[in-house]
Design a protein around this ligand. Structure first.
Ligand code: NAD
Length: 362
């Protein structure tokens, strides 16, 4: 072995430390299985991480992204698969969580061969993993995968058009309705002022839902075109991205980035409810308690943004579109029960939701 020394550390040592910490991360998140497949002929470099199988076969989409490093891809797949377990458990789906990432090559020379090979890889796991569309994959890709394995949904035959955002927005709207009822005693969102951060896929559809229900909407986005579309179509007001945290409104809906609820922003919030789609809104788990202390009702992100996951799971299990919509609407009742328990036990809503999910995953 040749040892190259950089900054007084051998490269070999640096490499070992990165792998070691990823394995420890996987262990901490309770991973049972991590599978990889490399196929030189098609350029496939795939990782499937199965987080939990205690509730049933694990389900989660396939991301096809040009990751800068393999470590980044592994970190992403571990983080996302773990979140899927929590989303499935809190929404009582008969599934565990998993995720797949494909390290996208510069050029996919033959997309059919590439996704057929990936389909064979999924099939080799004997149904423990079921795949679906995610960033960088499409319904057409799922159709190709389906030639090699039955463990796939979001195909052109399964009745979903590949974009989960409208269904995610529906779930967020239901969680928001439950929070507004619980906190403000209002039966509908008519006249409720909602501040939406982010006018991207989910932000747009959420504004559409809320506009139809008579809510008053203020939005921000770093992309002016995105907010302008919502001004033109729904007559929303706009504010500067930094002003959104202090805006006086009834609800703050984070639909852009993770970690937006932190020590700085929570102090500035001027709302009664936080309910949005962004993943990992709390910069740290303990900030849920800070919101609780401030009397701001937080609708846990992994509960109310699971509309897309509920849809793919119900479509896979039952092939029934109306049933998936009904189940997404049911987020209202799950959220309301969690708010009641949080009040009764005087603990943060995210803590209640995490405990329920953890118990169900045992
Ligand atoms: P998106 O990329 O389409 O939209 C995000 C928007 O946020 C973009 O328009 C972007 O310009 C804007 N943005 C970025 N930084 C901002 C800032 N500092 N202030 C204001 N706006 C900013 O993403 P999306 O699909 O709409 O998802 C939004 C969030 O919801 C993400 O956190 C995502 O992980 C989460 N989520 C999405 C889905 C889904 O179905 N798309 C499902 C579950 C969770």
């Amino acid at each position: 072995m040749v040892e190259v020394v950089v900054n007084n550390q051998s490269r070999h040592q640096i490499h070992y430390t990165a792998c070691d910490s990823l394995m420890r991360y996987a262990d901490l998140l309770g991973y049972g299985e991590i599978h990889t497949k490399i196929d030189d002929k098609t350029g496939l470099k795939a990782i499937i991480a199965i987080n939990n199988l205690s509730r049933g076969p694990a389900i989660g989409g396939t991301r096809c992204v040009a990751y800068q490093t393999v470590d980044k891809a592994i970190e992403d797949v571990l983080r996302l698969g773990y979140m899927m377990s929590y989303k499935a458990a809190i929404n009582n789906l008969p599934h565990g969580g998993a995720k797949a990432v494909l390290i996208k090559p510069k050029v996919i020379k033959d997309r059919e061969a590439y996704f057929e090979k990936f389909g064979e890889f999924i099939n080799s796991l004997d149904g423990r993993y079921i795949t679906a569309v995610d960033s960088g994959t499409t319904t057409d890709d799922m159709d190709i995968i389906a030639r090699r394995t039955p463990y796939v949904t979001c195909t052109s035959k399964s009745g979903s058009d590949g974009d989960p955002s409208p269904l995610t927005a529906l779930g967020v709207r239901r969680g928001m309705e439950a929070a507004v009822k619980f906190k403000l005693g209002r039966d509908t969102l008519d006249g409720v002022h909602v501040a939406i951060q982010g006018a991207g896929h989910v932000g747009y559809y959420l504004a559409k839902e809320l506009h139809a229900l008579g809510a008053r909407i203020t939005m921000c986005d770093v992309n002016v075109k995105a907010t302008q579309r919502c001004v033109d179509e729904f007559g929303v007001a706009i504010c500067h991205p930094e002003e959104i945290y202090e805006l006086k409104a009834d609800v703050f809906a984070p639909c852009a980035l993770g970690a937006v609820l932190n020590m700085d922003t929570i102090k500035r919030l001027n709302v009664a409810v936080v309910a949005g789609s962004a993943n990992n809104q709390l910069a740290h788990h303990h900030y849920g308690a800070l919101l609780h202390q401030r009397g701001i009702l937080y609708a846990p992100d992994f509960l109310i943004n699971a509309g897309g996951l509920i849809h793919v799971a119900v479509i896979y299990d039952h092939g029934d579109l109306p049933k998936s919509v009904e189940q997404i609407k049911n987020i209202y009742h799950t959220a309301y029960d969690i708010f009641e328990r949080s009040k009764h036990e005087n603990i943060a809503t995210n803590e209640v939701a995490e405990r329920i999910a953890r118990d169900r995953l045992k």
